[in-house]
Design a protein around this ligand. Structure first.
Ligand code: FES
Length: 270
């Protein structure tokens, strides 16, 4: 039985007015025709392509992640954006997929920027909320990074600043800059992605690190570590554990610090 299940055909029609490449246009038209009851075999003959290719196109467009597929068809190099942002490819695909929540013209404009403007790190263009919890405060209470409700526990506990709190990160700020603007004093040394002093562990959400040069792909993957001085949120909310720069995993990457390296006296919560 034909008919799109995950995407409204009106939405695809709106995208038809915005896309630039013939490949995207053909894919969208194919999906719209399918929604009107034209089966894959007939579409294959209309568009002179194998039935399998038609089915593949329908699968990728009739999906909650259809905007990521449109971005690919429009020429966005997801792998290159992932490398530039120091993010997993899945995070980049998810970020483009979530453009589906924005008006089509606005989402198309973002995609055009990445397709035509060369490879850039991901930026949200929106402020993000960062929730932070200090590593020592976490372990002192017997909690761990693996606790699925770690931040719920922190919210219900008596921990406050500087160990636990939240703040807003504006689109043009790194997490460290926003933390300092909010009165926090977090460890750092180089402020340029070349040591581990400002490292944090991302527990929820995601953070890009344009320009970082010290953490290996393996360290990023295995620990989900990010460097807060170059870290920019790519999700609306991010939960991070701070004060992990002197853990054994990162000890060899530390530099002498011009700032107090543990905690500091943060004083403001947004
Ligand atoms: S302070 Fe050196 S990487 Fe952030």
């Amino acid at each position: 039985m034909s008919g799109l299940r995950h995407v409204e055909t009106d939405r695809l029609r709106a995208w038809l007015r915005e896309v630039r490449t013939g490949e995207t246009t053909a894919a969208l038209m194919l999906a719209v025709a399918y929604d009107r009851g034209i089966g894959p075999r007939e579409l294959a003959s209309w568009y002179d392509r194998p039935v399998e290719a038609v089915e593949e196109t329908l699968d990728s467009l009739d999906s909650p992640a259809y905007v990521a597929e449109i971005a690919r068809l429009e020429g966005v190099d997801m792998e290159a954006v992932a490398a530039e942002s120091n993010l997993a490819i899945e995070s980049v695909e998810r970020w483009f997929a979530e453009l589906a929540d924005r008006p089509v013209a606005e989402a198309a404009n973002v995609i055009r920027g990445y397709a035509e403007g060369g490879v850039e790190p991901l930026v949200t263009g929106d402020a993000s909320t960062v929730f932070h919890l200090d590593y020592d405060a976490m372990t002192e209470r017997g909690w761990s990074l693996d606790d699925p409700d770690l931040f719920e526990k922190a919210a219900e506990s008596d921990i406050g600043l500087p160990e636990y709190g939240r703040f807003l990160v504006e689109p043009d700020e790194s997490i460290l800059e926003a933390a300092e603007r909010g009165g926090r004093s977090w460890p750092y040394a180089c402020r340029g992605g070349a040591c581990s002093n400002c490292a944090v562990i991302v527990v929820d959400g995601d953070v890009a690190m344009p320009g970082q040069s010290i953490l290996s792909d393996e360290q990023i993957r295995e620990t989900n570590a990010r460097l807060s001085c170059v870290g920019v949120p790519v999700t609306a909310e991010v939960r991070i554990v701070t004060g992990v720069g002197d853990l054994a995993e990162f000890a060899d990457l530390r530099l002498p610090s011009p700032a107090s390296d543990r905690g500091g006296a943060g004083s403001v919560s947004d």
